[in-house]
Design a protein around this ligand. Structure first.
Ligand SMILES: [Zn+2]
Length: 112
Protein backbone atom coordinates (compact mmCIF):
# COMPACT_ATOMS: atom_id res chain seq x y z
CA UNK A 1 0.00 0.00 0.00
CA UNK A 2 2.84 2.38 0.82
CA UNK A 3 4.40 1.73 -2.56
CA UNK A 4 1.10 2.43 -4.31
CA UNK A 5 0.91 5.87 -2.69
CA UNK A 6 4.50 6.57 -3.76
CA UNK A 7 3.70 5.55 -7.35
CA UNK A 8 0.61 7.79 -7.44
CA UNK A 9 2.60 10.71 -6.01
CA UNK A 10 5.38 10.17 -8.58
CA UNK A 11 2.81 10.10 -11.40
CA UNK A 12 1.25 13.32 -10.11
CA UNK A 13 4.65 15.04 -10.12
CA UNK A 14 5.33 13.81 -13.66
CA UNK A 15 1.88 14.87 -14.79
CA UNK A 16 2.00 18.42 -13.51
CA UNK A 17 5.46 18.91 -14.95
CA UNK A 18 4.56 17.77 -18.43
CA UNK A 19 2.82 19.33 -21.39
CA UNK A 20 -0.80 18.61 -21.99
CA UNK A 21 -1.39 16.43 -25.02
CA UNK A 22 -3.91 17.85 -27.44
CA UNK A 23 -4.03 14.80 -29.67
CA UNK A 24 -5.74 11.54 -29.10
CA UNK A 25 -5.67 8.37 -31.10
CA UNK A 26 -8.38 5.95 -32.13
CA UNK A 27 -7.75 2.25 -32.64
CA UNK A 28 -10.49 -0.09 -33.80
CA UNK A 29 -10.34 -3.84 -33.32
CA UNK A 30 -7.06 -3.87 -31.38
CA UNK A 31 -6.43 -6.12 -28.32
CA UNK A 32 -9.68 -8.12 -28.48
CA UNK A 33 -8.54 -10.12 -25.41
CA UNK A 34 -8.48 -6.91 -23.36
CA UNK A 35 -12.21 -6.45 -23.94
CA UNK A 36 -13.00 -10.08 -23.13
CA UNK A 37 -10.87 -9.94 -20.00
CA UNK A 38 -12.79 -7.08 -18.39
CA UNK A 39 -15.73 -8.03 -16.18
CA UNK A 40 -18.33 -5.70 -17.71
CA UNK A 41 -17.39 -6.68 -21.32
CA UNK A 42 -17.02 -3.12 -22.62
CA UNK A 43 -17.30 -2.06 -26.27
CA UNK A 44 -14.76 0.71 -25.84
CA UNK A 45 -11.96 1.62 -23.47
CA UNK A 46 -10.34 5.02 -23.13
CA UNK A 47 -6.70 4.60 -22.19
CA UNK A 48 -5.58 8.15 -22.63
CA UNK A 49 -4.43 9.26 -25.18
CA UNK A 50 -5.93 6.23 -26.91
CA UNK A 51 -9.55 5.27 -27.43
CA UNK A 52 -9.81 1.57 -28.18
CA UNK A 53 -13.01 0.32 -29.80
CA UNK A 54 -13.84 -3.35 -29.98
CA UNK A 55 -15.09 -2.99 -33.56
CA UNK A 56 -16.56 -0.54 -36.09
CA UNK A 57 -20.10 -0.72 -34.74
CA UNK A 58 -18.82 0.05 -31.23
CA UNK A 59 -17.06 3.11 -32.62
CA UNK A 60 -20.26 4.34 -34.25
CA UNK A 61 -22.24 3.84 -31.06
CA UNK A 62 -19.80 5.18 -28.47
CA UNK A 63 -17.61 7.79 -30.17
CA UNK A 64 -19.31 10.73 -28.42
CA UNK A 65 -19.28 8.92 -25.10
CA UNK A 66 -15.56 8.17 -25.22
CA UNK A 67 -14.83 11.72 -26.41
CA UNK A 68 -16.55 12.89 -23.26
CA UNK A 69 -14.11 10.82 -21.23
CA UNK A 70 -11.22 12.42 -23.18
CA UNK A 71 -12.62 15.81 -22.20
CA UNK A 72 -12.97 14.73 -18.56
CA UNK A 73 -9.35 13.51 -18.57
CA UNK A 74 -8.08 16.78 -20.04
CA UNK A 75 -9.99 18.76 -17.44
CA UNK A 76 -8.92 16.71 -14.41
CA UNK A 77 -5.55 15.41 -15.56
CA UNK A 78 -4.75 11.80 -16.41
CA UNK A 79 -3.78 10.59 -12.94
CA UNK A 80 -6.58 12.36 -11.08
CA UNK A 81 -9.14 11.06 -13.59
CA UNK A 82 -8.11 7.41 -13.38
CA UNK A 83 -7.73 7.43 -9.59
CA UNK A 84 -11.18 9.03 -9.26
CA UNK A 85 -12.68 6.70 -11.89
CA UNK A 86 -11.42 3.62 -10.07
CA UNK A 87 -12.53 4.94 -6.70
CA UNK A 88 -16.03 5.77 -8.02
CA UNK A 89 -16.30 2.34 -9.65
CA UNK A 90 -15.48 0.63 -6.36
CA UNK A 91 -17.72 2.90 -4.33
CA UNK A 92 -20.77 3.32 -6.58
CA UNK A 93 -20.37 0.61 -9.23
CA UNK A 94 -19.90 1.18 -12.94
CA UNK A 95 -23.49 2.20 -13.76
CA UNK A 96 -23.61 4.83 -11.02
CA UNK A 97 -20.05 6.08 -11.43
CA UNK A 98 -20.55 9.91 -11.65
CA UNK A 99 -17.98 10.11 -14.47
CA UNK A 100 -20.01 7.55 -16.45
CA UNK A 101 -23.29 9.32 -15.70
CA UNK A 102 -21.81 12.58 -16.95
CA UNK A 103 -20.43 10.92 -20.08
CA UNK A 104 -23.77 9.24 -20.80
CA UNK A 105 -25.70 12.47 -20.28
CA UNK A 106 -23.62 14.37 -22.84
CA UNK A 107 -23.21 11.68 -25.42
CA UNK A 108 -26.76 11.41 -26.71
CA UNK A 109 -26.79 7.65 -26.76
CA UNK A 110 -25.84 5.86 -23.61
CA UNK A 111 -23.96 2.63 -23.29
CA UNK A 112 -25.79 -0.60 -23.93
ZN1 LIG B 1 -17.82 5.45 -20.22
Amino acid sequence: MGYLILIVLALLVIQFGSMRLEKFYIRVGIFPWLFRLMPNKPLAITLYPFILFRDKSAQKLLMDHEMRHIRQIRKKGVVVFYVKYLYFNIRYGYENNPLEIEARKHSGRGEK
